[in-house]
Ligand binder design. Sequence first.
Ligand code: ATP
Ligand code: MG
Length: 334
Amino acid sequence: TPRIFSGIQPSGNLTLGNYLGALRRFAQKQDEGIETIYCLVDLHAITVWQDPEALKKQTREAAAAFIASGIDPERSILFNQSQVSAHAELGWLLNCVARMGWMNRMTQWKDKAGKNAEKQSLGLFAYPSLMAADILVYHATMVPVGEDQKQHVELTRDIAAKFNHDYGVEFFPAPLPLIEGAATRVMSLRDGSKKMSKSDPSDASRINLTDDADTIAKKFRKAVTDPEPLPESLEGLEGRAEARNLVNIYAALADMTPAEVLGQYGGQGFGTFKPALADLAVSKLEPISTEMSRLMNDPAEIDRILGAGAAKADAIAQPILAQTLEIMGMVRSR
Ligand code: ATP
Ligand code: MG
């Protein structure tokens, strides 16, 4: 039976990239009636430094963003990772299955560590193996993610296959990455070659779900672009990464194809297109940020939702962890 798992790190303000590449699609999958498990992966967030008080606030705010984007905690399981210890436990077991060389080839590791690999936490290096555990501990079959996480889901398949092969079992299913829509990789507003990220030091590089209308308009107005008008067709976006990014964002927000957006705006300059894009973004994001601030007025209720979600997640994960330990030869006597 199909089961969806996906997560977001509570490592800062959620962005338009997180919304279009992940959150909005999480809600769609839930509404299609598939079993959906969504996680605020706080154990992943601490692979880089997080101030403890800020981490709590970011976790509750991310939970509010999920609910405001249409995740219904009665129909989806919504919780934070550290409240279900099976993630960390299976993560360790999979650390002993995954190979160093596999981790070394991960482009996110190379991007995030840069030339400073020696100074990074061991957790940042091992991150993909914990992510494999997040997915496999539920025997999840589908993982909706942005394009940047495709490699990690493929690695999860490799880890599952190696486990099954080494122990001679058909135990972990190979999950499929689901990468769909016009905005699977939203780019930075300051640099068309970099992905929009909540951890980018430049706030101007991203639209935060909590930005007000003026801030959103200003960030799009200042977004780096070339001076040419928009082309009439998709071929005209070749070599114009920044223009392509704004067209893709518009398309995703308006539920149009990029070609349809160019049909409407082809020949027009950014002086016209950027304000139209800002208006569209505000109309879609304002209801979410309003609902987020309403929910944030009652942090105890958010904590209650996360706790109830964790109990449901735990009930699925524990038996799968127990079977994994059994397969690996651990004595189980209590
Ligand atoms: P960080 O910079 O801390 O890694 P992030 O913005 O990359 O933050 P994650 O928590 O790592 O966010 O990713 C959460 C989900 O959002 C993943 O499914 C990821 O693929 C998706 N995602 C992140 N950035 C983008 C983006 N720019 N465009 C589309 N999807 C994205
Ligand atoms: Mg990321």
